[in-house]
Design a protein around this ligand. Structure first.
Ligand SMILES: *Cc1c(COP(=O)(O)O)cnc(C)c1O
Length: 462
């Protein structure tokens, strides 16, 4: 008897109109390339990469609508129509009345940190993000991680491991006083925890606590759409709500947001700073002319702002975000067949291989995740990146390495770029490296830049 077909598969909600050839390389070629790059995948030439899972930042494929939008760029120095289109969509989707464009996310982080932070302040956040924390520290603050403990445990399957631990936040308020905390910095899904979301309930509780101490709440909304998707799929009461409605509700609890448009908005460059606070807005609008450009372009071309405006319409489409996260889930399910350890549950934008477990014979000061990323490239030309001791940097006071609990290799999925066949090739390569793990030796650092060392640090095989 013929088997009944159960219709539960989905496919990408688009078809391919333009293609970009990629190059396969030999093992000898890759050995030379990774050595020249100091065993740092950030220093590889992209021509030498086969499947590029380094980051989903600005690596997205734009839609035909977005490309058409590029042609109607209004490149007036002041008052470009694309700026007003973008501003309208910022109001529509994030619900924030005031908006300053920036060339990317960290430019907004810089302005927010400089405006809100005084020397000696504390900024609590649900785990750190590299550029976010650095700007907070450069402005004179100490970052304090108040994420729930589960976030540090890669085998814990809890659905909202990006939540803030209210007890930790209360303890900090009691210890340093609310006056020393200009704002709580919340992000979701939390990149460094493996793309783990926070729940709406947690956000509401954090909001109440902050209100009672007159502490502001600011949102790194770079990946907010992914967080909204997880709330829809996992949290009671949200299954029937649209992604747009959930996003709007999330944003309603914050005084302001910043966004790297290179993520959710599916463009190649751009950033957003938006707020409900008019006074803050006036300061930011004044500052943007110093660092970025006039407040109606903020370091962007008119055409970039048009692509962002259209990206905002597309990012909240359910089929689009389901296909994106569905691809990550497919990758995870394939790895499960071979028992390769990664951070669970599968996150919103990436698979995070558990390098501590895979290369358990390497001590953390031999950079297991850095090593694993290099080995994966050597095997197949698949490029991922380190998220472990190298990314964590050094303690500002003691100058020692910060040894994070998680030592991960991040394989991140550019939006609308790779097919399921690419995913299968990447999985096969990971499995090959995993099965050969016992023969892999560690690395030693031979060059260390002062800031964000994971970008430019260089290593040698031990
Ligand atoms: C990418 C990112 C940033 C920084 O944005 P850029 O556009 O790279 O400057 C900040 N926060 C999060 C969560 C990000 O993913």
């Amino acid at each position: 008897m013929a088997k009944k077909v159960i219709k539960k598969s989905w496919a990408e909600p688009f078809k391919i109109k333009v293609v970009e050839p990629i190059k396969m390389t030999t093992r000898e070629h890759r050995e030379r390339a990774i050595k020249t790059a100091g065993y740092n995948t950030f220093l590889l030439e992209s021509e030498d990469v086969y499947i590029d899972l380094l980051t989903d930042s600005g690596t997205n494929a734009m839609s035909d609508r977005q490309w058409a939008g590029m042609m109607v760029g209004d490149e007036a120095y002041a008052g470009s129509r694309n700026f007003y289109h973008l501003w309208n969509n910022v109001k529509k989707y994030y619900g924030m009345p005031y908006f300053v464009p920036t060339h990317q996310g960290r430019a907004a982080e810089h302005m927010i940190s400089q405006i809100l932070i005084k020397e000696g302040d504390y900024i609590p956040g649900n785990m750190y993000f590299t550029t976010t924390r650095l700007h907070q520290e450069l402005a004179g603050a100490t970052f304090v991680d108040v994420i729930v403990d589960e976030a540090h445990n890669p085998t814990n399957e809890k659905p909202f491991k990006g939540n803030i631990d209210l007890k930790k936040l209360k303890a900090l308020i009691n210890k340093v006083g609310a006056k020393k905390i200009p704002y709580v910095s919340m992000a979701g899904p939390v990149n460094m925890a493996g793309g783990q979301p926070f729940s709406m309930k947690n956000l509401k509780d954090v909001y109440k606590l902050c209100q009672s101490h007159k502490i502001k709440l600011w949102f790194d909304a770079t990946r907010a759409v992914e967080n909204a998707y997880f709330i829809k799929m996992r949290e009671r009461g949200y299954a029937k709500k649209t992604i747009a409605a959930i996003l709007k509700e999330m944003c309603s609890y914050f005084e302001g947001i910043w966004v790297s448009a290179k993520k959710d908005l599916m463009v190649n460059i751009g950033g957003i700073l938006a707020t409900k606070n008019k006074k803050f807005f006036e300061k930011a609008r004044n500052m943007v002319v110093v660092y970025e450009g006039l407040h109606t372009y903020g370091g962007l071309a008119g055409r970039d702002m048009e692509a962002m405006a259209i990206g905002l319409d597309e990012m909240v489409e359910f089929d689009n975000i389901r296909a994106r996260i569905g691809q990550v889930e497919y990758f995870g399910a394939e790895l499960d067949k071979y028992g390769v350890p990664y951070v669970r549950p599968v996150g919103g934008h990436a698979i995070f291989l558990d390098a501590k477990k895979i290369l358990s014979h390497l001590p953390q000061d031999q950079f297991p995740a850095q090593t694993l990323a290099a080995e994966l490239y050597l095997d197949s030309g698949v490029r991922g990146m380190e998220r472990g001791v190298v990314s964590a940097g050094r303690d500002q006071k003691t100058g020692e390495h910060r040894f994070p609990k998680l030592e991960l290799v991040r394989l991140t999925f550019p939006r609308r770029v790779y097919t399921q066949a690419h995913i299968d090739v990447a999985v096969e390569s990971i499995v090959a490296v995993y099965q050969n793990r016992k023969n892999i030796t560690g690395l030693k650092m031979i060059y260390e830049p002062e800031y964000l060392r994971f970008f430019q640090g260089r290593f040698e095989k031990l």
